[in-house]
Design a protein around this ligand. Structure first.
Ligand SMILES: [Zn+2]
Length: 185
């Protein structure tokens, strides 16, 4: 049974995964117990465990970069989403101030015109800000995709070391190259 509560490299976090990164061992274990069919669950709770030995440094670094890129991506996406909402809000305000200006009696026109002009500028600013967050979002997405590619490449480079570690730490393993069940082809 997994002992760590934080994320880390692990063996068999699903019946189709020999090795991977698990962001939260306890959460994953709970999820396995709650969702996996009984026979799969029974096998997984024995096989799913943190890697104890040394994962090649290059793999650790590549995973770290990927996690950081993911975090940056989520942050950029949230900022973009927020900017989209702000822009939408500024359009609504702009429409309202325009309507108020159009319908105002002559003595109120000047003050409402100022409000209308301000809302127009706010709208342009919000649009500009959203274009920036969109660019940052796209850039973060590309970096994230690139970090996954890099991680896979590095993993492939060190696969023999990891497989050797797997054999050592997971003896009697039913992994057949595709799943932990020998009957799966
Ligand atoms: Zn195994």
């Amino acid at each position: 049974m997994p002992e760590k509560t934080e994320g880390g490299f692990c063996w068999h976090q699903s019946e189709f995964t020999p090795f991977g990164w698990c962001p939260d061992f306890e959460k994953r274990l709970k999820n396995i117990k709650e969702t996996a069919p009984q026979d799969i669950c029974n096998r997984l709770i024995v096989l799913f465990k943190p890697v104890r030995g040394q994962i090649p440094e290059e793999v650790v670094r590549a995973k770290q970069l990927h996690l950081e890129a993911m975090q940056a991506y989520h942050k950029a996406r949230e900022a973009d989403e927020e900017a989209i909402q702000t822009h939408k809000g500024s359009i609504t305000t702009h429409n309202m101030t325009w309507k108020a200006y159009q319908e105002a009696p002559p003595e109120n026109k000047e003050i409402l015109k100022q409000k209308y002009e301000k809302s127009k500028n706010d709208c342009f600013d919000a649009k500009e800000r959203q274009q920036q967050t969109q660019q940052a979002h796209n850039k973060a997405s590309k970096i994230c995709i690139e970090s996954v590619r890099n991680y896979k490449k590095v993993l492939a480079k060190h696969i023999e070391t990891i497989e050797a570690l797997h054999r050592k730490e997971c003896p009697e393993c039913p992994w057949n190259g595709r799943a932990i069940f020998s009957e799966v082809v």
